[in-house]
Design a protein around this ligand. Structure first.
Ligand SMILES: *[C@@H]1O[C@H](CO)[C@@H](O)[C@H](O)[C@H]1NC(C)=O
Length: 275
């Protein structure tokens, strides 16, 4: 098996063992910035009972959904009408203290927001950042990264093609006569993250299982062929050995013959491997 399939096997194993008790936090709308009064839904996916959404804001720490804020629904939590003080870091936590990924949400009281992915994006994909005002999301907008002007987009949409680690940073946008959005961090992850959707995870599991089966199907006939070739040569060697005995050749000569056959077998096996 080549190293990549071995990696896949290891990944598959870890996927199967991890997916049982690792919760992931997702947010709707899928944006790290929302306008004040917007509805925000937080969901702990793949979570069993006993997981709740918690948050740190500038007002409270480790505040629990249903106790200190929000309306709980199983392992999910909804903020019906968000307020600026609800800006902060959100995560899922189990009763045992296990935690999920975190999501930073900024609730803006201003008139411009930057709609950017709340979860890390996978290296290589295209990411579109949208500059929205309360009235429209296609007005001309200036985009900034880490405080530095990048470019103006006439429709307020800036697409980053094939994102890489170098695209990580704090982004914001500005709309003429409207104002500036808060800043939000864009994170790029270099491997299939734990934040993949259920469907993607299932699909990649199937894909991996399929690959493993394929490798076995290819690998088994190869082993069987090698075994048969070795057996045949063994058989031939034994045949030669008995004919040698009948001819009453001296033992030293018989040993020599066996050695030759052994060499034949070895070269056959070597050829097989190269094949
Ligand atoms: C939340 O705040 C607590 C207390 O300050 C801190 O220990 C914890 O690391 C914070 N959690 C996150 C995810 O920022």
């Amino acid at each position: 098996m080549d190293p990549t399939s071995l990696q896949r096997l290891v990944f598959l194993t870890s996927l199967l063992s991890c997916s049982t008790n690792q919760a992931r936090l997702t947010v709707t709308p899928s944006s790290s910035q929302v306008f004040e009064d917007e509805r925000v839904s937080l969901r702990c996916e793949d979570a069993s009972d006993g997981w709740t959404v918690k948050r740190n804001t500038s007002y409270d720490n480790r505040a629990e959904c249903g106790v200190d804020w929000g309306a709980p629904d199983g392992s999910s939590c909804t903020i019906g009408s968000s307020d600026t003080f609800e800006s902060g870091v959100y995560w899922c936590e189990s009763t045992e203290g296990s935690t999920s990924n975190t999501i930073t949400i900024t609730v803006s009281g201003g008139s411009v927001i930057l709609q950017s992915p709340a979860l890390p994006v996978i290296e290589g994909v295209d990411v579109t950042l949208i500059c929205r005002t309360k009235m429209a999301d296609n007005l001309p907008a200036d985009f900034y990264k880490d405080g530095v002007f990048i470019r103006t987009e006439s429709d307020g949409h800036m697409t980053l093609h094939h994102v890489s680690r170098s695209d990580e940073g704090l982004y914001k946008c500005r709309v003429q006569n409207e104002g500036e959005s808060p800043e939000s961090r864009l994170s790029v992850s270099d491997k299939p993250p734990m934040t993949a959707t259920n469907a993607t995870t299932t699909l990649s599991s199937f894909h991996l299982v399929f690959r493993v089966i394929c490798h076995l199907v290819v690998f088994c006939p190869y082993c069987i062929c090698t075994f048969i070739v070795v057996s045949l040569y063994r058989e031939r060697a034994r045949g030669n050995d008995s004919s040698v005995s009948v001819a009453m050749t001296p033992p030293t000569h018989a040993e020599q013959g066996l050695d030759d056959d052994y060499d034949d077998v070895m070269s056959a096996v070597t050829t097989e491997h190269q094949f």
